[in-house]
Design a protein around this ligand. Structure first.
Ligand code: PEP
Length: 259
């Protein structure tokens, strides 16, 4: 049985005071909800807030994650942060290959770079949340499954997956991120099942223990339908993770699908 993970990606939002308030609000809102045992919850603040948000999370089962890292261990890489530096903050997770990093900002990261980042994260003891997903043009051209196969295969070159924390996947159709347009539960299930099948070919039976999150305009009202899909094991949540009420409702809706 895969324990769902609900991870909030704050992106470049909130200031430190608001980030702390958000954590306090989520902790209060979850109360005695079965976080940690039935559903795992994580927040991914901007890198500069990892240490103070780690403090704000002390005593709770909510995990900390980074939004990115650089693959080199050290050196002349002005502005970058290594995997070891991220791990020092107490983070368990790091997002890798978010579509905004692949397509919009930063280095316009390619699959080779993401492969190196995955390895660096693993070496530092972090659990990578690898994002994959097609653009709207690729979906219209019926290339979705091929794109997912390519992105997954390229990211895993020389990377062994032997335990469930070696890899978390996030299927994030680019056209659904921050747009309010959510994949249908059937579209999500098709993509997730495809990813799990390809992962089984690449890594063996461990694929059945690897969590595959859905990301793209998840809101409290559409959570249940998506989370009920057999190959959906949680969510990567952007906009709706920025308010305690909506993030907590997504978590409790996920809990409710577990019966
Ligand atoms: C994301 O940032 O990964 C994301 C899915 O954003 P949103 O939920 O806002 O679409």
């Amino acid at each position: 049985m895969r324990r769902p993970l609900i991870a909030g990606n704050w992106k470049m939002n909130l200031d430190l005071a608001r980030g702390r308030d958000l954590v306090a609000g989520v902790r209060a809102g979850l109360g005695s909800a079965d976080v940690g045992t039935q559903v795992e919850v994580a927040v991914c603040p901007p890198t500069i807030y990892l240490f103070p948000i780690a403090e704000a999370l002390q005593g709770s089962l909510i995990r900390l994650g980074a939004q990115d890292l650089y693959y080199e261990a050290s050196g002349a890489y002005t502005g970058e942060v290594s995997a070891t530096m991220v791990a020092e903050t107490g983070a368990k997770y790091t997002i890798i290959g978010h579509s905004e990093r692949r397509h919009t900002i930063g280095h316009l990261e390619d699959d080779r770079m993401l492969n190196l980042k995955l390895k660096a994260a693993h070496q530092a003891g972090l659990a990578p949340i690898l994002c994959v997903g097609e653009t709207i043009d690729e979906r219209r051209a019926e290339q979705t499954l091929d794109v997912l196969t390519f992105q997954l295969t390229a990211a895993l070159v020389g990377y062994g997956v032997t335990s469930p924390d070696d890899l978390v996947l996030a299927y994030e159709p680019v056209w659904a991120i921050g747009t309010g347009e959510v994949a249908t539960p059937e579209q999500a299930q098709e993509a997730h099942a495809h990813l799990r099948n390809r992962l089984r070919e690449l890594a063996g039976p461990i694929a059945d223990e690897v969590r595959i999150l859905y990301g793209g305009s998840v809101k409290p009202d559409n959570t249940a339908a998506i989370m009920k899909q057999p190959d959906v094991d949680g969510g990567l949540i952007g906009g709706a993770s920025l308010k305690p009420d909506s993030f907590v409702r997504i978590i409790t809706a996920t809990l409710a699908t577990l019966g």
